[in-house]
Ligand binder design. Structure first.
Ligand code: IPT
Length: 959
């Protein structure tokens, strides 16, 4: 035929098997380390010489401060076919003060990496030092703000600072590498999105690489620096591309941009696989934004299918999705602009729940982990589809001839439903037009895409082609069990080669079979609708059991790899782990309702347990075992009826004693962003880096002061929603959300010749992310205060979080605390005695700007084997002007702005929330105008699952 034809060796000679190299089997903690050779060629990574298809998702442990939930996320990822997790390590999260590092409790990353090993999932480590990630200062520690030295450069000050972090984190990562077999760290990223390839930029990157090697990192070093650092000083072992084709505007969720074809980049990479350290997995949302369900819609299952398959079609074998679990910007973790939830519209919600995006990820993930030849393919010309609206891309494995046909609409955003035939190249003979069954076609209904296989060694079977997609297949004893799927109501055709006509038995559903003696092929024709089953018994060789599913039925299958071979399950909401020994299968997972459980296991398997309890099973005509699993018991949550309330801004009163506060007496700062105004008011210079900050300015009035211009740095140019409120001798001057305002002074408020006090409360919405000129050092807090009508001097004092960089509560750490009076007094803590406070009910409105604290207790007694994600909801009938800081058992888990939004539900992760005992909510409500207060507060159940997950309480001080 054409020059593009590839000769295919006899299928029986194929040695690639079923993706074994791609699976990271769980390594027992006590197993002796087995070193592995990690390398790559122009196709893919290789592990001990075997091609590895890297299918990875991003997860930030620091956005989930309850370590047992890390295991939950890792298991859920593994169950969806991810073989890797990509993790940013956050310098600032571990270092509250220069020279102080914490890797315990919720910061125990050794434990995180052990969990990844136990879950059998590779780790793509990204320790920075700069990480971006919509977090405060892009992950730089707060103490770096008030230092000199160009960030992300070889400047000596900056170098000395980051070395503290790199040596510590590198040594931890080095203990968990695949290369020496002691863990599953597979790759190491140097810096993040770094495009400065000036001599300084190159030197900086090279320094980081040298440091990593000196600290014992032996896995390949890579970057997500697009086309930079391919060669020369600072060159990486492996380059990588980041791609967010739909960008981050979720306001119009039906909007799609064009699919970018990475074939061009693929061709340029003569020595490397095409690697996406970040491919769009969702989008972050902003204060006042449309909310995360809009982002999840924008980047929904259709997007995943069309765009992720397009990168496969361009030859990528390494793809990480940012994010797969986004999590929570608890405390003051977020960078300006983004709010508490970092749900990201990802496959897993911030409350760790599976979505339809997860289902779609799983359909593709299983393919990448099952079909080994996909890790090594070349682009080959394809015959155009019969229907010109359909675009066909073809790739072929040069070793075994497996063919991949990628189908989508030529205009990816096309929403028409189109039918087509596809022309398959054949190793011998004329091209074959499929489907062959008259009256049927391949359908692309709207924003859909398909990966079709031809000439594939499916276990011991020979798949000629299928117009259905392959989910997975397992070999058990001498039988292959394969699952194909298609959209509900669409036709499918699957054709297999046999030497002689096999016996065919349709066990369930409607499937027509046709033996073609001339081509030695068995053709199955069917319509995808629920689940059909076909048992095929060849005259010689092992049997094949074919499951033909629609998408809904397909996602109920779970593949679990055990040391004794793979298992296939059907039914439950989630299957986490499996162990197989001596005829017994021990399974663990979750149910969201009562369900069937079907287990395809090796012959001789009799006993099945689920979450430790025996399951009565019967043998089925499918050669499987079938049983029943219970769903969760119903749960009700307590109402939050009575509250305690206390006035909480004594700083406003002129007589408040601020003598213990720091005077703003600094006259110089190493921070190059200093505006040269004196006194220096930047809260970072006084060790207050996060949360609200109070300023009290004393002055002796002349009586001529007619107004005061107050300027603060609120980062408003980023659509940020910082604010400050100010009082003069207890009289409310007003609020300002834009940064600078002149407030008139009523002469009657002034005490001529005596001490007068201006009190200013500033909302610090975090430090900017960094690019290259030190933007993260932009000052925070008050910048200046100037009277109109007089030149009266003001002597300021400042108070932020208690202890500044010397944290009284190291367990919760630097991002948990702010400088509100109640926070400084420990009113957020569970053991605080509030019995003397007044009682109140919610909602409550106030005309008095200021701060009030509310507290209440509630008791939960949830079933021990259930996972019930719970959120705290604030509801306002109409937006009032207040901002609430929400604490559960001392943990700051939310910031709510009534007049900005959009977030109203704040996740309370188990481990911080006590599901079997008393819990304390404390809410600081800062009324920024005369229409403040606090809305209705309730607990909402986001889901209910019976589970094997067990969550230990996170220990932290209670007072
Ligand atoms: C990319 C960053 O590397 C990542 O940390 C995160 O900030 C992401 O953006 C957006 O969520 S940078 C890329 C969009 C230029």
């Amino acid at each position: 035929m054409t020059a593009f034809h590839v000769r295919r060796p006899a299928l029986a000679l194929l040695a690639l098997g079923t993706g074994i190299a791609a699976l990271a089997p769980a390594i027992a903690a006590d197993a002796p380390p087995v070193p592995h050779k990690v390398a790559f060629d122009r196709y893919s990574m290789t592990l001990d010489g075997k091609p590895l298809y890297v299918w990875s998702g991003s997860f930030h442990y620091w956005r989930l401060p309850s370590p047992d939930l890390w295991r939950d996320v890792l298991q859920k990822m593994k169950a969806a076919g991810f073989n890797a997790v990509e993790v940013y390590f956050h310098w600032g999260y571990h270092s509250p003060k220069r020279g102080v590092y914490d890797f315990t409790g919720i910061r125990d990353v050794d434990r995180l990496l052990d969990m990844a090993r136990d879950a059998g999932i590779y780790v793509i480590a990204r320790p920075g030092p700069y990480i971006n990630a919509e977090t405060d200062a892009g992950g730089f520690p707060n103490w770096l703000v008030a230092t000199a030295g160009k960030p992300r450069s070889p400047s000596p000050d900056y170098t000395a600072a980051y070395r503290e972090w790199m040596t510590q984190i590198n040594r931890i990562i080095a203990r968990h590498q695949v290369t020496d077999g002691r863990g599953t760290v597979l790759l190491y990223q140097v810096e993040n999105e770094f495009y400065d390839d000036s001599p300084d930029g190159q030197r900086y990157l090279q320094d980081l690489e040298d440091e990593a090697r000196a600290d014992g990192i032996t896995v390949p070093l890579f970057g997500n620096h697009n086309e930079n650092f391919f060669e020369g000083l600072g060159a990486l072992d492996l380059p990588g591309f980041d791609s967010y084709p739909l960008d981050f505007d979720c306001t119009r969720p039906a909007r799609w941009n064009a699919v970018y074809d990475f074939s061009h980049e693929r061709e340029k990479l003569t020595r490397w696989p095409l690697f996406f350290p970040e491919y769009q997995g969702g989008a972050f949302d902003v204060w006042g934004g449309p909310g995360y369900e809009a982002c999840r819609k924008l980047t929904g299952p259709e997007f995943e299918r069309v765009f992720y398959e397009a990168t496969m079609a361009s030859g990528s074998t390494m793809q990480n999705f940012y994010m797969t679990y986004g999590g929570i910007n608890w405390g003051w973790l977020s960078s300006p602009g983004v709010y508490t939830s970092y749900d990201y519209g990802a496959a897993l919600t911030a409350s760790r729940q599976l979505t339809s995006k997860y289902d779609q990820q799983k359909l593709l993930g299983y393919l990448t982990q099952t079909v080994a030849p996909l890790a090594r393919t070349d682009a080959r010309a394809a015959t155009a589809a019969e229907n010109p609206r359909v675009r066909v891309t073809r790739r072929v494995n040069p070793n075994d001839g497996t063919q991949f046909y990628f189908l989508r609409h030529a205009d990816a955003s096309d929403t028409t439903s189109d039918a087509t035939h596809l022309t398959l190249a054949q190793a011998a003979g004329k091209p074959l037009v499929v489907p062959q069954q008259p009256g049927t076609a391949i359908r692309l209904d709207g924003r859909d895409a398909k990966v079709l296989l031809a000439d594939y060694a499916l276990g011991a079977q020979r798949l000629a082609y299928s117009t259905s997609e392959l989910l997975t297949h397992v070999r058990q004893d001498d039988r292959d069990v394969a699952v194909f799927y298609g959209r509900q109501g669409e036709d499918g055709e699957t054709v297999l080669r046999f030497d002689a006509e096999p016996a065919v038995k349709v066990v369930a559903g409607q499937v027509a079979s046709h033996w073609d003696a001339g081509t030695h092929t068995l053709r199955l024709n069917y319509r995808h609708d629920g689940l059909a089953r076909v048992a095929i018994t060849p005259k010689a060789g092992g049997a094949l059991f074919v499951l033909l599913a629609d998408n809904d039925a397909a996602v109920r299958f779970w593949r679990l790899d055990t040391a004794a071979g793979p298992l296939l399950l059907r039914g439950p909401h989630l299957a986490r782990t499996a162990a197989l020994s001596g005829g017994a299968v021990a399974l663990a997972g979750d149910t969201d309702a009562a369900t069937d459980l079907e287990v395809f296991a090796p012959r001789g398997t009799q006993a099945v347990t689920w979450n430790g309890l025996p399951v009565a099973t019967t043998a089925t005509p499918s050669g499987s075992l079938e049983g029943h699993l219970d769903g969760p018991a119903p749960v009700t949550l307590p109402a939050l009826d009575t509250w305690r309330v206390h006035d909480a801004a004594p700083e406003i009163a002129p007589g408040f004693d601020d003598r213990a506060w720091q005077a703003t007496d600094r006259t110089s700062t190493p921070n190059p962003y200093w505006n040269k105004a004196l006194p220096i008011l930047d809260s970072d210079d006084y060790g207050f880096h996060h949360g609200n900050v109070w300023y009290r300015g004393h002055f002796t009035a002349t009586g001529k002061e007619t107004g005061i211009r107050l300027s603060a740095s609120l980062g408003v140019h980023l659509g940020n929603h910082g604010i400050f409120t100010a009082w003069l001798n207890g009289h409310f001057l007003g609020n300002n959300p834009s940064g600078s305002q002149q407030f008139p002074i009523d002469p009657a408020w002034l005490k001529k010749g005596a001490d007068n006090v201006i009190a200013v409360l500033v909302d610090n919405h975090g430090h900017l992310q960094e690019e290259k000129n030190g933007a993260f050092r932009e000052p925070r807090g008050l910048l200046s205060a100037v009277f109109a009508g007089a030149t009266t001097a003001i002597h300021w004092r400042i108070q932020g979080n208690r202890g500044g960089e010397d944290l009284p509560d190291a367990a919760r750490g630097p991002f948990n605390a702010g400088g509100l009076y109640g926070e400084r007094m420990g009113w957020q803590m569970p053991a605080f005695a509030d019995a003397a406070w007044a009682t109140a009910t919610l909602p409550r409105h106030t005309a008095q700007p200021g701060v009030e604290w509310y507290r209440t207790d509630f008791t939960l007694d949830l079933p021990k084997d259930q996972d019930v994600p719970i959120a705290l909801r604030i509801h306002d009938d109409a937006p009032h002007r207040y901002r609430a800081v929400i604490f559960i058992n001392g943990w700051q888990l939310g910031r709510y702005i009534s007049d900005v939004g959009p977030q109203t539900d704040f996740e309370l992760p188990p481990g911080l929330l006590n599901p079997n005992g008393k819990n304390t909510i404390a809410i600081a409500a800062w009324s920024t105008a005369q229409d403040g207060g606090l809305g209705q507060v309730s607990l909402v159940m986001q889901g209910n699952y019976r589970t094997s997950l067990r969550v230990a309480p996170v220990t932290a001080p209670v007072k």
